[in-house]
Write a new protein. Structure first.
Length: 280
């Protein structure tokens, strides 16, 4: 009897899932029982696994400072920062990510969640690109985050070195291999790009080249200031060597009545000529 009821319950659940009646949209909250079951499942799963971790010393100021830079770059958009209003991500995710400026989190549980992420949520597994040492640094920062005001938060982030964890982190302005470096890091290069006098940003994949060589020239190229050896760019189809001797004119022979032969350049033909040599 019990087995039969269980089988019917399984069939009913399978039919409900297959029907598509349950709205999976993030803008339609779970029903109370479903939300409660998922929340309990999440909390217990994290707690059981986190209790096996050995927590290092997280009071080291260097850990806290370094972790703040990665938090600002990787977490602030969802979990916010002191003085930051809700963002598009924090408003749009469901379940809503906790505002970590207001909630103290257990260090071991924070480490586990950062490293492994959470299924069917907006929380990624950062352990795919970040070593444990950097994750513990972020967990250390989370222990002090709720105590910071806006100025204190900004000060510690500014001293952190920014987004840095040695795991292929995404940069604000990626360049392909061989492309120029980020000109925003070099004020001189930025000024040159702004006034058109020099530095400029190359698209990803641009091969290495000499910007000066490609700079447009005014008038004719100067081949004499350096003996004609200076490299310069040529438009497509233009001969590279401008100093090749001109082609020799075609010679024709004229035989005189006394048997002597005289050679002289062939006359230039024009559209009216028939292109043949004539005796004269």
């Amino acid at each position: 009897m019990l087995v039969g009821l269980s089988f019917i319950a399984v069939l009913a659940m399978a039919g409900f899932v297959w029907s598509g009646l349950y709205n999976i949209g993030a803008d339609d909250p779970h029903t109370g029982p479903v939300y409660s079951a998922l929340e309990t499942l999440r909390e217990r799963s994290i707690k059981v696994r986190a209790k096996e971790l050995q927590v290092p010393n997280l009071e080291d100021p260097a850990r806290i400072v370094q972790g703040s830079g990665n938090y600002a770059a990787m977490c602030g958009g969802c979990h916010l920062a002191p003085g930051m209003p809700d963002t598009e991500l924090s408003r749009g995710l469901y379940p809503a990510p906790p505002n970590l400026t207001r909630h103290m989190v257990d260090a071991a549980e924070a480490f586990w969640v950062i490293k492994h992420g959470i299924k069917a949520s907006g929380m990624p597994a950062w352990g795919e690109s970040m070593a444990d040492e950097y994750i513990w640094n972020m967990a250390a920062f989370l222990q002090v985050l709720p105590t910071l005001d806006e100025a204190g938060y900004q000060a510690i982030v500014d001293s952190s070195g920014g987004h840095s964890h040695g795991g292929g982190e995404t940069q604000p302005h990626p360049h392909g291999e061989g492309a120029a470096a980020n000109h925003h890091d070099d004020p001189a290069a930025g000024a040159a790009a702004a006034d058109g006098s020099g530095g400029h940003v190359h698209p990803p994949g641009t091969p290495p080249h000499d910007d000066a060589a490609a700079k447009p020239q005014t008038g004719m190229d100067d081949h004499h200031g350096d003996g004609g050896q200076a490299p310069h760019a040529h438009p497509p189809g233009t001969a590279a060597d401008h100093h090749e001797p001109e082609a020799q004119p075609r010679m024709v022979e004229h035989r005189h009545a006394d048997g002597t032969v005289e050679s002289h350049p062939a006359p230039q033909t024009n559209p009216a000529d028939d292109g043949h040599d004539h005796e004269h």
